[in-house]
Design a protein around this ligand. Structure first.
Ligand code: FAD
Ligand code: FES
Ligand code: FES
Length: 475
C-alpha cells in the first residue's frame, strides 16, 4: 500500500514495509537523521516529532510524540514536522532554537532535537499562558544539566503575528484516513467505525489491536522480526466512539481510546475535582509525549500488574463496557483481570468504554512508589477511596494495590473490616495485619519483595494521616 502524508510541509509517498516499522526508523533510513534514537522505548524523547491534530476544543494544534513508538502506517493522512522542518527557511533558526542557543541549552546535542520539538509544540499551544513543566517532561538530557533548558521553557515567547506556521494552525486537520483491509500489504488496518472494526477482527482472528502503541511498539522495537507473523495490526485511533468523554448524573463515561492527555484536559475543564484519583494519577503517568498517544484501553489491555490505572479504577469500582460483533457487555473491573496478563476479553472483543459510577467516594488518594517521581514505572502503587459518616465512621472504604501480585488487587478483607469502624488510628492498626497478608510480590530491580510488602501498610497509614483530623490521628 502507498502511504501518503505531509512531512515538513511537503506531500510524501512511501510504500509500507510492515506494521511494526516505526516512523523513526523510516525517517532515519531516508537520511533525516536530525531526529535521534536514544532508547527506542519511549523513555528519552530524542526521537520527538510534532504531529498536527484537532484538540478537544476542535482547534488545530501540534502534539509532540515519540516517533520510535509510532508505526509508520499510522501517519497515513497526517502532517508531521521533524526538527529539520521547524525553521521558516533553510539556514534560519526557529525562535525556540535561537533561545536554546542563547541559553546554552545544548552540549553534545543528542537530546536537543527532541527538546526543540517539545518546545515548538508548546510555543504554538493555543491558550498558553504560564510555563508548564509537563511540556518537556518526556525529554531527557544527559549532559547539559536541565537549568538552561528549563529557562528556555519558562521564558518561551509567543509567536509573532507574521509567523507563517500560524496559518497552518488555522486549517482544519482532516480526520484520520481509513486504511482498508484490502491494503494489508501494510499489515495495518485502520477502521473508522466500530462495525468495520468488528468485521476486521472477525476476518483476521490473529490480529492485534493497537491504540496508542506505547506498549506494543516498545515490544516490537526489541522483538526479532518473525516472517511467519502475517496477522495485521488493527488500529483504534480513527474510531470516534472510542474517544468519547461524557458526564451524566450517574456516571462518567471515558472512551477506551481517548488519549490520556485529552482525558486530563477534559477532566480539568469539564469536571474539575470530580475524580481526584484520576487527577492525581495522570500527572504521574509517564510523560506528555507518551500521554499524547497512550489510552486507558491500552493500559487495561496490556494487563500489567504494575499498570497505574487498574488500582485507581478498582478503587472507583469502574465498570468496563466490552464490545464485539456479538454486542456489548458490562464487566466490573474487579472481574476483568484473570491472571498474569490475562483478562476477561474474549476473541474479537475490545474495551470500548470505562464507566465510573457516580456519586464517587468523597476522599480519594493515589500513591505511586517509583524510583523517579515522574516518567517512571511503579514499584508499588495504591489507590484509596473513602466515604465517612457525619460521626466520621467508615461508610465505604475501597483500597486497591498494583505491583504486589500477578494482577492488580482489591483489598476486600481490609475494606470489610473497616466498614462502620471509626476512622482512627486503632482501626488502621487493626487493618495492617490484613494488608500484610495481601499478594505475593516479586523481587526485581525496582524493589525487593520485602520492600514491596512493607510499602502496603505504609501507604494505608499515609492515607490515614493525610485524611484524618488531628484528634483522630491522636486517638
Ligand atoms: C516511557 C513509557 C512510560 C510509561 N509509563 C507508564 C506509567 O507511568 N504508568 C503505566 O501504567 N504505564 C506506563 N507505560 C505503559 C503504557 O504507556 C500504558 O500501558 C498505556 O496506557 C498503553 O496504552 P496504549 O494505547 O499505548 O496501548 P497499546 O500499546 O496500543 O496496546 C497495549 C495492549 O492493549 C491492547 N489494547 C489496546 N487498546 C485496547 C482496547 N481498547 N481494548 C482491548 N485491548 C486493547 C493491545 O492489543 C495491546 O495488547 C509507559 C510506557 C512507556 C513507553
Ligand atoms: S528513542 Fe528514546 S523515546 Fe524514542
Ligand atoms: S545535550 Fe547531551 S544529552 Fe542533552
Amino acid at each position: 500500500m502507498t502511504l501518503r502524508f505531509v512531512l515538513n510541509g511537503h506531500e510524501v509517498e512511501t510504500e509500507t514495509i510492515g506494521a511494526d516499522v516505526s516512523l523513526l526508523t523510516w525517517l532515519r533510513a531516508r537520511g533525516m537523521t536530525g531526529t535521534k534514537e536514544g532508547c527506542a522505548e519511549g523513555e528519552c524523547g530524542a526521537c520527538a516529532v510534532a504531529m498536527l491534530r484537532t484538540d478537544t476544543h476542535g482547534r488545530t494544534r501540534f502534539e509532540a510524540v515519540n516517533s520510535c513508538l509510532v508505526p509508520l502506517a499510522a501517519v497515513h493522512g497526517r502532517s508531521v514536522t521533524t526538527v529539520e522542518g521547524v525553521a521558516a527557511s533553510e539556514g534560519a533558526l526557529h525562535p525556540v532554537q535561537t533561545a536554546m542557543v542563547h541559553a546554552g541549552g545544548s552540549q553534545c546535542g543528542y537530546c536537543t532535537p527532541g527538546f526543540v520539538i517539545s518546545l515548538y509544540c508548546e510555543y504554538y499551544r493555543p491558550g498558553r499562558s504560564a510555563y508548564d513543566p509537563e511540556s518537556i517532561s518526556g525529554n531527557l538530557c544527559r549532559c547539559t544539566g536541565y537549568r538552561p533548558i528549563v529557562e528556555v521553557a519558562q521564558r518561551l515567547q509567543h509567536p509573532e503575528s507574521d509567523d507563517a506556521t500560524l496559518a497552518l494552525l488555522e486549517r482544519r486537520v482532516p480526520a484520520e484516513a481509513r486504511i482498508e483491509a484490502s491494503d494489508t500489504a501494510a499489515r495495518f488496518i485502520r477502521p473508522t467505525d466500530l462495525g468495520e472494526l468488528f468485521q476486521s477482527l472477525s476476518d483476521y482472528p490473529g490480529a492485534t489491536v493497537i491504540a496508542g502503541g506505547t506498549d506494543l511498539m516498545v515490544a516490537a522495537n526489541f522483538a526479532t522480526p518473525d516472517p511467519a507473523q502475517t496477522a495485521p495490526w488493527i488500529s483504534l485511533t480513527a474510531i470516534p466512539e472510542l474517544r468519547r468523554f461524557e458526564i451524566t448524573g450517574d456516571a462518567i463515561a471515558i472512551g477506551a481510546g481517548l488519549p490520556l492527555n485529552d482525558l486530563e484536559e477534559r477532566l480539568a475543564e469539564e469536571a474539575p475535582g470530580a475524580v481526584p484519583l484520576l487527577e492525581q494519577l495522570l500527572p504521574l503517568f509517564s510523560s506528555r509525549l507518551i500521554k499524547n498517544r497512550a489510552t486507558l484501553g491500552g493500559n487495561l489491555g496490556t494487563a500489567s500488574p504494575i499498570g497505574d490505572s487498574p488500582p485507581v479504577l478498582l478503587a472507583l469500582e469502574a465498570t468496563l463496557i466490552l464490545a464485539s460483533s456479538a454486542g456489548r457487555r458490562k464487566v466490573p473491573i474487579s472481574e476483568f483481570f484473570l491472571g498474569y496478563r490475562k483478562t476477561a476479553l474474549r476473541k474479537g472483543e475490545i474495551v470500548a468504554e470505562v464507566r465510573l459510577p457516580r456519586p464517587l467516594p468523597e476522599i480519594q488518594r493515589f500513591y505511586k512508589v517509583s524510583k523517579r517521581v515522574l516518567d517512571d514505572i511503579s514499584t508499588v502503587s495504591a489507590a484509596f477511596a473513602l466515604d465517612l459518616t457525619r460521626e466520621r465512621r467508615v461508610a465505604r472504604l475501597r483500597a486497591a494495590y498494583g505491583g504486589i501480585a500477578a494482577t492488580p488487587l482489591r483489598a476486600l478483607a481490609v475494606e470489610d473490616r473497616a466498614a462502620d469502624q471509626p476512622w482512627n488510628r486503632a482501626t488502621i492498626e487493626s487493618l495492617l495485619p490484613l494488608v500484610d497478608r495481601l499478594g505475593s510480590p516479586l523481587s526485581d530491580m525496582r524493589g525487593s519483595d520485602v520492600y514491596r510488602k512493607a510499602m502496603l501498610g505504609r501507604l494505608l497509614e499515609k492515607f490515614f494521616f493525610e485524611t484524618a483530623t488531628a484528634a483522630q490521628a491522636a486517638e
